[in-house]
Write a protein that binds this ligand. Structure first.
Ligand code: SF4
Length: 244
């Protein structure tokens, strides 16, 4: 089962080495592979080139419709694994889009990769089948709150959130645009009994200035509720660019 990947600025597959910028592994040198396609449509999505193709009129703040052929590339699982292995990193971050939409191909890809720990970034609406789940060391689960523009019945699937909340490998990362968003996090934390130490709040924003401005009040909310705060290291280092 071939994989559909996002493209980098050269038009090649978005497979690259960088420092993980967010969540519990922030600062760790890793290989990244970015999958194309998503089942949600966040109005502030910073990787809309993975899903908002021409003809898709779901709202996005930039109103850009991406040409599908220029922004998707197909690789066999074996070829994707070879390109990842060539980066020589000990840890792999599988991201998107929503990578678990291609769980079968990912399981095949990982069968060709050995001695690599695996982190999957997901919006928390899709379950990994057992043949993939067995290879996963960490899930970074980012359920989408109402300010994302997604209907709750699509973005917050109770059985999925129950399962991730019970999984010690799962860390929750909530994108926060205003202080009021934290009330929704607290409701989800209580309902699914998520450990505060497994919750990261991360400011929405694709510039260092926006991150710093929101982190000023977000840090106080993390202190108040016992949550962790995630920076977006790659934004400070490289800006909002592909392949970083
Ligand atoms: S779930 Fe992630 S990839 Fe999908 S639209 Fe939202 S931010 Fe973008």
């Amino acid at each position: 089962m071939n994989l559909t990947l996002a493209t980098d600025d050269s038009g090649g597959p978005e497979i690259f080495a960088s420092l993980q910028g967010e969540g519990p592994s922030a600062g760790t040198p890793v290989a990244f592979v970015r999958l194309s396609r998503c089942n949600l449509a966040c109005v502030w999505c910073d990787t809309a080139y993975t899903w908002r193709f021409e003809g898709d009129n779901r709202p996005h703040r930039d109103c850009v419709a991406f040409e599908r052929r220029a922004n998707q590339v197909t690789l066999s699982p074996q070829e994707a694994a070879a390109q990842i292995a060539a980066l020589g990193q000990k840890r792999l971050v599988i991201t998107g889009g929503e990578p678990l939409l291609q769980a079968g191909g990912l399981a095949e890809m990982l069968a060709h990769l050995h001695d690599v720990s695996v982190e999957i970034e997901t919006n928390g609406t899709v379950a990994a089948p057992a043949r993939l789940d067995i290879r996963v060391d960490q899930y970074n689960v980012s359920p989408k709150l109402s300010h994302s523009g997604n209907p709750a019945e699509l973005a917050l699937i109770p059985e999925r959130l129950d399962a991730y909340a019970a999984d010690p490998r799962a860390f929750f990362k909530f994108v926060i645009a205003s202080p009021e968003d934290v009330a929704e996090v607290l409701t989800l934390q209580r309902r699914y009994r998520i450990k505060p130490s497994h919750i990261f709040l991360m400011a929405e924003g694709t510039t260092s200035a926006a991150q710093r401005e929101r982190q000023a009040w977000l840090s106080a909310l993390c202190l108040e509720h016992g949550f962790r705060m995630s920076d977006r290291l790659h934004i400070h280092l490289y800006g909002d660019t592909r392949g970083t």
